[in-house]
Every structure is written in C-alpha cells, then in structure tokens.
Design a protein around this ligand. Structure first.
Ligand SMILES: Nc1nc2c(c(=O)[nH]1)N[C@H]1C(S)=C(S)[C@@H](COP(=O)(O)O)O[C@H]1N2
Ligand SMILES: [Mo]
Length: 417
C-alpha cells in the first residue's frame, strides 16, 4: 500500500485513484472503489467508540479521527465534553491518557517567532500559576461544517451540521503570555501554532496543520490558551492537555495539543494556511469553478448560523399540542440579533425568543412554541440574523472549491398526527 486514503468520504470514492485504499478500523475496504456515491459504510457504526466521546457521535473517518455530533445531541446550552465534535488532521500524540483526570505539569509551550526577542518556554504549571485564569463559553465551529450539501461536492470530510459545539473553556489569555514573552507590537502580524499531533504519513518532518490568526485577534480578551473544558481536563481528542481557543473564527485556528506559538512578522505560512485550505474565492464564483490560489482569501470571521436541536428531525407530534422548538444561534463577530422560524417553507416567519449570550462568542439559546393548523407533514426552518442585519440564506450560499462556510438555514421534518 503505497498511498493510503483513510478519508471516509463515500461521495468522492468513485473519483479515487485506483491505487488508493480506504481503510476502516485498520482493515482495507477491498471494493472501496466500487462503492456508489452516497452510500455510507455500515461498518462505521461498529467502529470502536472514541475515547471520552458519546457513542451517538457520527464517525466520518477513523484515521484521522473525525466525528460530528447529531443536532439533537447538541441541545445543552453548554456542550458536554463527550458531545464536543472531533476534527483531526493527523494522528493523536502518543503517550497521553485516553480519559485524562489531571494535567501534566511539565508539558511545555514555547513562544517563538520573528516578533519575540528570544524564544521563551513555559511549563503548563507555570502558565497556571503565573497568569490570571479566565473562563469563557465559546462556540467552535469547523470551517467545513455543512460541507456535505455543496454541489458539485467538495473534497474532504462530508460534514453534516454537527461540527460545532459551545463548551466553557478555562485558561490564560494568549495576550498575557505574549506580553510576558515581550513580543514586539510593531513587528507582530500573525500568530501561528504548532501541536504535538503527527502527520498521517508518519514523517516526523511534516506537521498535519499549523494555522493561526492575525495579531489583533490573538490579543482579544476571549482568545485563550486553555487547559480545561467545562472545568475538567480537555478530552484527549479535543487537544489535551493544552489548546488555543478563538471565538468566531473557523475552529481550525484553535490549535490542539499546543506546544509552540510563533509570533510572526508576516501572515503565518504554516501547513494549511496557504493554497486552497481554509480559504474561499475572494470574489464569488459559479459552482464548479476552479479558482487559482492567488484568488483565494483566508477565512476570518464565521457567518451567522443556527441549529435546531430539539425536537430531532422526524418527530411525530399530536395535533393541537404546541411543539416546543429550541436550538442555538451564533455568529463570528457581533451578536445574533433576531431569530425566526417558518413552518410554510419560508413564506412567512415568526419570531423566536432569543437569549443573550453568556459572553461574547458564546452561542445563544432560542425557543419557540409552534402550533400547526392541521395534521400533516411540516418542516420547521430556522433563520438567524446578526446585529448587522445579515441573515442566514435559505439555500446554499456561495459555492467554493473546498466547501466552507455553509450557513444555510437548518430544517427539521415534523409529522403532526
Ligand atoms: N494540532 C491540531 N490542532 C487542530 C487540528 C488538528 O488536526 N491538529 N484541527 C483543527 C480543526 S480543522 C478544527 S475544526 C478544530 C476542531 O477542534 P475539536 O476537535 O476540539 O472539535 O481543531 C483545530 N485544531
Ligand atoms: Mo476544521
């Protein structure tokens, strides 16, 4: 096997090169190349449960591990650790506990780069002792969440709607640590992260991912170097023992298994910062268009979006009984200002109740009591609008080659009997 494609991505299988293999739980899927588009391998359901994760997560891929959370399991206001989605680009670092209960004091974080006078190393124990600790509830959403719906399809994990979660994160401000490392504000342009996960090829000289954010984002109050999720050590698959957390930006910026932060004097040029990764066409293009690298722009803030988490799609309800609908809404910068639902395919909309966020970058709970005029099949559609008046589109927004930023309205089916 000279080249392994472990991506569990049935919709692109027919286009796979003959020499490429799909494996599941370490076994080759022998006839993978013949699997019709749209058929998901049944065996994925038998894959071993992921350490620290709820068995209801949908595993898209087992090497690297990628798993999303079905919308109806995301109903908690604060996402439990076991329900936080997992998106790995490489292999989880070896030698760490599968279900951690404490922190390794001697884990180190190096601050490097052109914009610090010299590299500085902090142990995790020092970080915890030396800097003020902050806790924020922050939504993380993969830039490719919703990719499954793009047509023509985009390569990569075919995420449904569940590559999102909003737990409470505890750590220190990245700003405080950069200041302690005496970073030079006149030189600093970007930060780039490095983690301890390893490249799928096993090549120690390659890193699976090394992304970052503009220095202005790095310096925000809510930009954290975090060691706890909901007051417990981070789950192994979510970056134990240390990770970055940036609200409002694609979650790919929030480096896991964090071991180094480079303060760069230029836009960070690490793995998956360049080319077409986490970029969209600078100008809108027609679906299917091939776009040159130089016409692709880095994704910064994520768009306004919402998810109906209760009831689950397919609910059967009794006529005359109002249905409680609930979910969350979030956006990359400002707050979500209003939330509406429709039961007539978007012809008319009614207001939902919408709570304020726990803090900036936390999702906001919405609820509505919905009544249906008669028995039958309905869909409930949900639409969030941000404080700048930008609303979710009802159909797929701007097609882009890698299938990012799908913030189309979420829908569920309801049978009234
Ligand atoms: N070191 C490291 N950090 C990483 C990744 C990774 O593969 N390795 N994946 C990124 C991507 S693409 C996403 S969407 C988020 C996912 O965070 P989660 O797995 O905790 O949900 O982590 C980001 N940070
Ligand atoms: Mo991602």
């Amino acid at each position: 096997m000279d080249y392994l494609v472990h991506a569990q991505n049935p919709s692109i299988l027919p286009s796979l090169n003959r020499r490429k293999f799909l494996t599941l739980a370490g076994l080759p899927v022998v006839y993978a190349a013949r699997l019709p588009a749209g058929i998901t391998l049944l065996g994925l359901d038998d894959a071993d449960p992921l350490p620290g994760k709820h068995p209801g997560l949908t595993v898209l891929n087992d090497r690297p591990v990628n798993a999303e959370t079905p919308p109806h399991l995301l109903n908690d206001s604060v996402t439990p650790a076991a329900l936080m989605f997992v998106r790995n680009n490489g292999l989880v670092p070896r030698g760490l506990p599968e279900t951690p209960t404490t922190w390794p004091d001697d884990w180190t974080l190096r601050i490097t780069g052109e914009a610090v006078p010299e590299p500085v190393t902090f142990t995790l124990a020092e970080l915890r002792r030396r800097f003020p600790t902050h806790t924020y509830q922050i939504t993380l959403e993969c830039g490719g969440n919703g990719r499954k719906e793009f047509s023509p399809p985009a390569k990569g994990n075919q995420w449904g709607n569940g590559a999102v979660g909003c737990p409470r994160w505890t750590g220190v401000r990245l700003r405080d640590v950069l200041e302690a490392a005496k970073y030079d504000p006149r030189k600093a342009v970007y930060i780039g992260y490095y983690g301890k996960d390893t490249h799928l090829s096993g090549d120690p000289d390659k890193v699976p991912i090394s992304r970052g954010v503009p220095i202005s984002k790095a310096l925000e109050d809510e930009s954290l170097i975090a060691w706890a999720l909901n007051d417990e050590p981070l789950p192994l698959l979510n970056g134990y023992p240390l990770r970055l957390v940036f609200g409002g930006y694609p979650a790919s910026c929030s480096g896991k298994w964090l071991s180094e932060i480079a303060v760069r004097d230029r836009v960070h040029d690490g793995e998956k910062m360049e080319g077409q990764s986490y970029r969209v066409p600078c100008e809108p293009v027609a679906p299917g268009t091939a776009v040159d690298d130089e016409d692709m722009c880095i994704i910064l803030e994520m768009p306004v979006k919402s998810l109906i988490t209760s009831p689950r799609t397919g609910a059967v309800i009794e006529q005359g009984v109002p249905l409680s609908v609930g979910g969350h809404a979030w956006c990359g910068s400002s707050e979500v200002a209003r939330m509406d639902y429709s039961i007539d395919f978007g012809s008319t909309w009614s207001r939902c109740r919408l709570q304020s966020p726990a803090n900036r970058f936390a999702w906001q709970r919405f609820t509505a009591e919905v009544t249906f005029p008669q028995a039958g099949y309905y869909e409930v559609w949900a639409r969030a609008t941000d404080a700048d008046g930008r609303a979710q589109p009802m159909v797929l927004p701007g097609w882009n080659p890698r299938g990012y930023l799908n913030n189309a309205c979420h829908r569920i089916a309801v049978k009234v009997v």
